[in-house]
Design a protein around this ligand. Structure first.
Ligand SMILES: [Zn+2]
Length: 139
């Protein structure tokens, strides 16, 4: 018995009022970081209130886009048909220069990943409406 896997597009994030500006910036190939106007803490993921001082006065500022690999996982089992031909692939947690930690893909062989690997952000245009974080190793 054989069966065909239905053609399904990439699963995409669901946006809300807090995250929409961040995703809209990625689509413009710009990385923003939410910043508290009172204590200047960089915040990620975006939220309505500063987790440090509880201020609601938050704004957006450009990120340097630079950081280093803090941790990663290698995905060996596709959790969605879209990823069947992509396994095994890495998902990295990157500590940015501003102190936030971002999750994304990385343009690097899985066996080249190491703690502290310097990276910078690039953008993967996955469709007409979305760009995802794609980190590139800085040599
Ligand atoms: Zn604050």
């Amino acid at each position: 018995m054989s069966y065909e896997i239905p053609e399904l597009g990439r699963p995409l994030p669901k946006l809300n009022a807090d995250t929409e500006p961040w995703w809209a910036a990625l689509k413009r190939h710009q990385l923003l970081v939410q910043t508290c106007s009172d204590c200047e803490m960089a915040i990620h993921p975006p939220r309505p209130m500063c987790p440090n001082c509880r201020s609601m006065e938050l704004s957006w500022s450009p990120s340097s886009g630079k950081g280093s690999v803090y941790s990663w996982v290698i995905i060996n089992r596709a959790f969605h048909p879209y990823f069947m031909e992509k396994i095994p692939f890495a998902v990295v947690l990157v500590e940015m220069e501003d102190g936030t930690r971002l999750v994304g893909s990385i343009d690097c062989e899985n066996d080249q990943l190491e703690d502290g690997l310097p990276v910078e952000v690039t953008f993967d245009d996955v469709d007409d409406d979305f760009s995802m974080l794609l980190f590139r190793v800085v040599r």
